[in-house]
Design a protein around this ligand. Sequence first.
Ligand code: AMP
Length: 216
Amino acid sequence: MAMRLVLLGAPGAGKGTQAKMLIEKYTIPQISTGDILRKAVADGTPLGKEAKVIMDQGGLVSDKIVLGLVEERVKQPDCQGGFILDGFPRNTAQAEALDTMLSDMKMPLTVALAVDVDQSELLKRLTGRRTCKGCQQMYNIFFTPPKSDSKCDKCGGDLFQRDDDKEETIKKRLEVYNQQTAPLIDYYSRKNIMKSVQGTGSIEDIFTKVTAALGG
Ligand code: AMP
């Protein structure tokens, strides 16, 4: 049976990392609204320009915009065999609209999975994150520091911090998650499709727990 999965978890919980591993295992695409929006920002499209202001503040882009992006994406032929939604839905209105959209398409969600990580750990993961401008290699100054503060070990490129990883923005993103997104755990529990795993330990160990929760 096709797996149509929603991944839930606070910013920094490692949803994106697990999604990338799930793509390989189940050969289904990942739909990350954050990635789609960041691409629109990088391309400088009108939508990207509108979204950037909100993203830099840690707020949520309008439901209408993200719903349009998701609808366009799930209609692509590669989603017929299933998909992983990562970073969407972010609030109850989006979850309800998604249910309606997928039920019209006769492809309802089969499972929602939450990756749980406590808030102090999330703060370190997010504020410590650095990316190389040259090769996109990621570091964390607390957990996986580069040898030099500001240069990439691999290619010597400059390291930078994502605009939405600045401390003020992070606090706001966590607050938005707690207020608007965390209630979706109840939403999907009521629909009897909710599973959850602890998102601490090695990436491989978390992946083992994730696939076990998804039925292997
Ligand atoms: P992410 O990479 O998923 O943490 O997303 C980065 C930013 O993109 C978020 O802080 C929001 O500003 C925006 N964003 C991503 N997905 C959504 C969504 N489903 N609804 C509203 N805004 C979103």
